[in-house]
Design a binder for this molecule. Structure first.
Ligand SMILES: Nc1ncnc2c1ncn2[C@@H]1O[C@H](COP(=O)(O)OP(=O)(O)OP(=O)(O)O)[C@@H](O)[C@H]1O
Length: 304
């Protein structure tokens, strides 16, 4: 059941949770999905993302997955804050509060930084998947819209509505990133399912000639994983990690841990930026150099 409503909060609106009595002040709208709206809210000094107006079943399964992940000792710890209801004009609406992620979309990030950053993004995304899989879940609806990328190339997954306990049937997916759609395997939540989506996503974000979009529109009888493998063979951008993606597309990885190790090794060999320290390091070097120049200038003027 989807809660259909035109609930819209302007900045400054105060939302009080009915059960937990926590108070949030709306700062602005962060984004809108098919079913709901996500607001940037503040409670005390902290900012959070508040999601309202979603499919009730999706919401419950998202909350279940987020609760488990929040309790794990992974980077997903504290990703979920609480779920509650808000009464507005006599109607009750459920909402969910999550960690606020300051980032931009994957496509925006790659457009501004360049496609060489795909290697770092891939590495960080595989790290997330590996943690998720180790916690007993598969993400299942991996796509650019369901992640945000921070300034240093950290990848954060958002929208856990499709997250499914491993071994269960996939309940929410996006056709072009779905293993079943390409006839490459079942719709069962496992590491391999996400790794297939990961490989298809890497192909789609580096697809300058829009071949991926064309292939995705093929008739079912002409659509196969062979088309993706051929596309991969011609993709110069992904050459260094081609064997990893080939294995992911053909379901030859049983764990994302192995895919992560392979991706890391091949990216490092290729010499592409895969270490965020390299980015931060250059800043530190720059600041250090600037402080030496300032110190020298101060000495010069004090002796003049
Ligand atoms: N934790 C967060 N931090 C910052 N922004 C967020 C966060 N969660 C969601 N957003 C923003 O809100 C938008 C919509 O979120 P989300 O995809 O979770 O909604 P949805 O209704 O489940 O969407 P759909 O069902 O269509 O996939 C995102 O594209 C993103 O811009």
């Amino acid at each position: 059941m989807t809660i259909s409503f035109e609930l819209s909060f302007s900045p400054g609106t105060v939302i009080v949770g009915k059960w937990n009595q926590n108070t949030y002040q709306v700062e602005r709208l962060l984004g809108e999905g098919a079913n709901g709206k996500v607001y940037l809210v503040r409670r005390g000094k902290k900012q959070y993302a508040m999601k309202l107006g979603f499919d009730v079943v999706d919401h419950q399964s998202e909350v279940n997955a987020l609760k488990v992940l929040s309790r794990s000792s992974t980077s997903f710890q504290h990703v979920w804050i609480e779920a509650d209801d808000v009464e507005w004009n006599g109607i009750e609406y459920p909402f969910s509060v999550m960690r606020y992620i300051k980032g931009r979309s994957l496509t925006d990030f790659l457009r501004s930084k360049g496609l060489d950053w795909t290697y770092l993004i891939g590495l960080n995304l595989l790290r997330k998947l590996e943690e998720l899989h180790a916690s007993g879940y598969a993400f299942c609806d991996l796509k650019a819209e369901n992640m945000l990328v921070t300034e240093y190339g950290e990848v954060e997954l958002i929208d856990f509505g499709g997250a499914t306990a491993k071994g269960r049937s996939v309940k929410q997916f996006t056709e072009v990133f779905d293993r079943g759609y390409w006839g490459a395997g079942s719709r069962t939540a496992d590491d391999g399912y996400d790794l297939f989506s990961f490989a298809a996503l890497m192909l789609s974000v580096t697809d300058r000639e829009r071949k991926f979009v064309q292939a995705a529109g093929m008739l079912p009888q002409n659509r196969s994983v062979e088309t993706l493998l051929e596309m991969l063979g011609h993709n110069r951008q992904l050459r260094a990690v081609e064997p990893v993606l080939r294995k992911a597309l053909t379901g030859r990885y049983t764990t994302s841990k192995q895919a992560l190790a392979d991706w890391r090794a091949r990216s490092l060999q290729s010499g592409r930026p895969v270490r965020k320290q390299a980015v931060k390091g250059s800043w530190i070097t720059l600041c250090f150099a600037a402080s030496i120049v300032l110190f020298a200038a101060a000495l010069y003027y004090s002796f003049m």
